[in-house]
Design a protein around this ligand. Structure first.
Ligand code: MGD
Ligand code: MGD
Ligand code: MO
Length: 739
């Protein structure tokens, strides 16, 4: 039997026999299907959670039972027992500590599907029982989410729907890609997608004669077929490069003063910093060269090309995951404003072309129904990546976006649809902080590190085991996600699990509104249809299986603002682009885009002990930590370990060879990886994908190669408090198991 459904990485036909999945094939109309679908085929069932399980020492109320998280035995329990246990725990914590003691931030991607969206299910449930401490922003681009409203008034469009590729193809001459545009990342869109379009767009751009510049420590970050010039910048120093370019623009009078006067405020306050008036150092190409490691000539040539061409600046989301990750976006906008091409087709600035399939895709904005989460009576929240600090230091103060806040004391953590023991930084530190709460509950598909570190583990049905509608707002397809397989072993959907707990708390009607799964699916579809003029009735849609939305005319970001800056003013204090912000200045940082030296980088004094900068990037063979045991993900491993790229000369100097097992370490921890040598990586930089399952030995060494064994867990700055995973120095040695 063949059933079609949707994943974060495309639409596939799922072939089953006797209730087993036997093949996964992409739909014929996908021009560039992703092999990630193959990961569903092998190696995953063995790891599935089969029955509800409770950690033994938790169940037995042993004192200091929390210390056993990650090592204790689990015992199977019936659904009745665990649902009752959870209901009682929620009442106990709520009564004795208040609902802010429940952490429901629960960050994570889970699976495609508008109704069964795991995080919405959890939030809706917790809101019916008094609320929870929430998390703000995403690991992906927290720094951008918080800085951009101060600069351009909003962030959604610039991050997710910048000027569409057809405008670039028709008019742009030069595309400068900070952090590249790796096609491995456009295999996916959060929520799911139909056709993979990025490779096709890029090929059309090549044929149109557009020049590409790849500003990245890794040459492969822009596809070889685009013949990009490679500027191998030191990680974390893009702002210095952009300042060097800006300096040349101003000193040659190549900047667009009319654009700056008409559409921006604050350039006059940025200029003394740039030119080095008073106590400031002039941001000359020589200054930028010393920081970035690029030649002065490279910087000057790029500045001249940008000034003379119709230029698009693309800034990948990775730039946000460095300390001071707010600054590259502010500086990128400052630079684009100086070039004066914002709001014209195919030029200006866009964040993250190709980081997901959706970014730059030509699709109409639309409303898609989603599960209402209800209102959270608890006002307390944390910036998403400050979880360890919250657990370590309840009551302590921190600042976020101009607000003075305090961390709540968390007694219960409830996670559904994410894996903090893959995605968070400095996992050895998280593991210790994780011992503080009384109770940790998760819904998981698999026995990963999150499940291992929980007290109550509930087996959840996968997206193949339920009915839903799926699609993403910035994509062009809505899919009937029909159930492909029966529920696995004793698993239940997130919805059924929460309904069961809600029932025990007397809140079943509030949570379910009396709707079954299919009632909800039809309900969410109907709300989608009410906002659309092209969708058929639900029954017809369900029969047809998918709907492809009509493409709009090519979209130019800020076109309205450019043509009428007063009529289409931005939601900033002045209505214009803020190259200076009083709010940011009040936070204690400079009120304009600036270079700040990060805590760990290749120019720091620490490089003696830890001479390499570790870049952890998105994996080509999977989505984060999901399905790492699948066949496509495993095919990329080196002796079963996550590959680590190192420059060939660095390897020679250290007498390391391609294929060696190496140990990457710093004072925070260590990990094993399989060495890949390449001339295409800046010397001094190491490149490793995220998502290998964290599997620490007793000394905190991850035996599978999860980079978060060694990453730095600090906020980007007091502006966004985002993750700084990519600000990370390490050393590396050949692994010798018996020293
Ligand atoms: N060092 C470093 N760390 C990083 C990054 C980096 O660049 N460097 N990148 C960061 C970024 S951008 C992100 S987005 C995060 C990603 O981090 P996550 O989103 O946490 O990663 P996933 O592996 O997608 O985790 C999803 C989990 O949900 C489970 N799941 C799937 N479907 C369902 C469902 O229907 N219900 C339930 N209950 N569970 C389900 C899966 O089994 C899996 O364990 O990682 C971040 N971490
Ligand atoms: N296949 C696949 N695709 C994915 C994901 C996945 O798990 N699998 N995850 C998705 C998610 S959640 C997100 S948020 C996006 C993330 O999209 P991005 O954040 O753009 O992706 P990364 O792969 O982390 O980084 C892209 C490149 O940036 C470069 N880079 C790192 N630091 C610097 C720097 O300081 N300066 C410069 N110039 N370059 C730097 C690295 O060489 C890296 O290869 O990807 C999405 N796409
Ligand atoms: Mo992300």
């Amino acid at each position: 039997m063949i059933t079609r459904s949707l994943t974060h990485w495309g639409i596939y036909d799922f072939h089953t026999r006797d209730g087993e999945l036997i093949d996964v094939t992409p739909t014929p109309d996908d021009p560039d299907p992703s092999l990630l679908g193959r990961n569903l085929l092998r190696g995953n069932t063995a790891l599935r959670v089969r029955q509800p399980a409770v950690r033994k020492s938790f169940l037995n109320h042993e004192s200091n039972h929390q210390a056993g998280r990650g090592s204790d035995e689990f015992v199977d329990a019936s659904w009745d027992v665990v649902l009752e246990l959870i209901a009682n725990e929620l009442i106990r914590v709520s009564d004795s500590h208040g609902n802010q003691a429940i952490y429901g931030g629960s960050y994570g991607w889970a699976s495609a599907g508008r109704f069964h969206h795991a995080q919405s299910q959890l939030h809706r449930f917790l809101n019916t029982v008094g609320g929870y401490t929430a998390s703000a922003n995403a690991y992906s681009f927290a720094a951008a989410e918080v800085i951009l409203p101060h600069v351009i008034g909003h962030y959604e469009e610039l991050l997710k729907a910048p000027s569409s590729w057809p405008t670039i193809i028709s008019r742009c001459e030069l595309m400068v890609c900070f952090g590249g545009m790796p096609l491995r990342n456009s295999q996916i869109t959060n929520g799911g997608m139909g056709q993979h379009v990025q490779a096709g767009y890029m090929e059309s751009a090549r044929q149109a004669g557009i020049g590409f510049v790849n500003v990245s420590p890794m040459r492969e970050d822009v596809g070889e077929f685009l013949n990009a010039d490679w500027l191998a910048v030191r990680p974390g120093t893009d702002v210095a490069l952009m300042l060097g370019i800006a300096y040349i623009l101003v000193t040659n009078n190549w900047h667009d003063q009319i654009f700056l006067n008409t559409y921006c405020v604050g350039f006059d306050k940025f200029l003394p910093y740039l030119l080095g008036e008073g106590e400031e150092i002039p941001k000359t190409p020589a200054w930028a060269s010393a920081i970035t490691g690029l030649d002065e000539a490279q910087i000057t040539t790029l500045a001249r090309r940008m000034a003379r061409s119709k230029t698009m600046i693309s800034l990948s989301w990775s730039l946000s995951r460095h300390q001071h990750g707010e600054q590259p976006y502010w500086m990128g906008i400052t630079l684009a404003a100086m070039l004066g091409q914002i709001g014209l087709p195919g030029t200006g600035i866009g964040l993250g072309y190709a980081v997901e399939n959706k970014v730059g895709k030509n699709v109409a904005p639309k409303y898609l129904g989603h599960l209402p989460q209800g209102a959270n009576p608890i006002r307390q929240f944390i910036p998403v990546a400050r979880i360890t600090e919250m657990l370590e230091s309840p009551g302590s103060a921190f600042s976020y976006n101009g607000h003075a806040l305090r961390y709540p004391e968390i007694k219960l953590i409830y996670w559904s649809g994410g894996n903090p023991f893959h995605h968070h930084q400095d996992l050895n530190r998280l593991k210790i902080a994780w011992q503080k709460p009384d109770t940790i509950i998760c819904h998981e598909l698999v026995w990963n590190a999150l499940a291992q570190h929980s007290d109550i583990v509930l087996p959840v049905a996968s997206f193949l085991e339920r009915n839903d509608i799926g699609g993403a707002v910035n994509e062009d397809v809505l899919v009937a996600m029909k159930q492909v397989l029966p529920a696995f072993a004793g698993s239940r959907t997130d919805y059924d699990i929460f309904s069961g707990i809600a029932e025990r708390l007397g809140q079943q009607d509030a949570f379910t509104e009396g709707r079954s799964e299919m009632d909800w699916v039809a309900h969410l579809y109907d709300s989608t249809r009410a906002a659309s003029n092209e969708l058929p009735a639900f029954e017809d849609f369900w029969d047809q299986g998918e709907h492809h939305f009509r493409p709009p005319p090519p979209h130019t970001l800020f076109a309205g603002f450019r043509s009428d800056p007063a009529g289409n003013s931005l939601q900033t204090p002045s209505g214009k682009i803020h190259l200076f912000s009083d709010t940011i200045a009040a936070i204690g940082l400079r009120g304009h885009a600036s270079w700040y030296e990060p805590q760990e980088w290749l120019g720091s004094v620490n490089t003696g002990r830890h001479p390499f900068h570790l870049i952890s990037h998105q994996p080509a063979g999977r989505l984060h930590s999901q399905l790492d045991q699948g066949e496509f993900s495993q095919a990329q491993k080196v002796k079963g370990l996550e590959p680590l790229s190192m420059n060939t000369d660095d390897a020679l100097r250290r007498q390391l060879q391609d294929g060696d097992t190496v140990r990457v370490y710093n004072e925070r921890g260590s990990l094993l990886a399989g060495l890949r040598t390449t001339p295409d990586l800046l010397p001094g930089v190491l490149h490793i994908a995220t998502g290998a399952w964290w599997n620490p030995d007793s000394l905190g060494m991850c035996r599978n190669g999860n980079p978060n064994a060694v990453t730095l867990d600090i906020g980007t700055s007091d502006i966004a408090q985002g993750p700084s995973a990519l600000t990370c120095l390490v050393n590396v040695e050949k692994y010798n198991p018996d020293p």
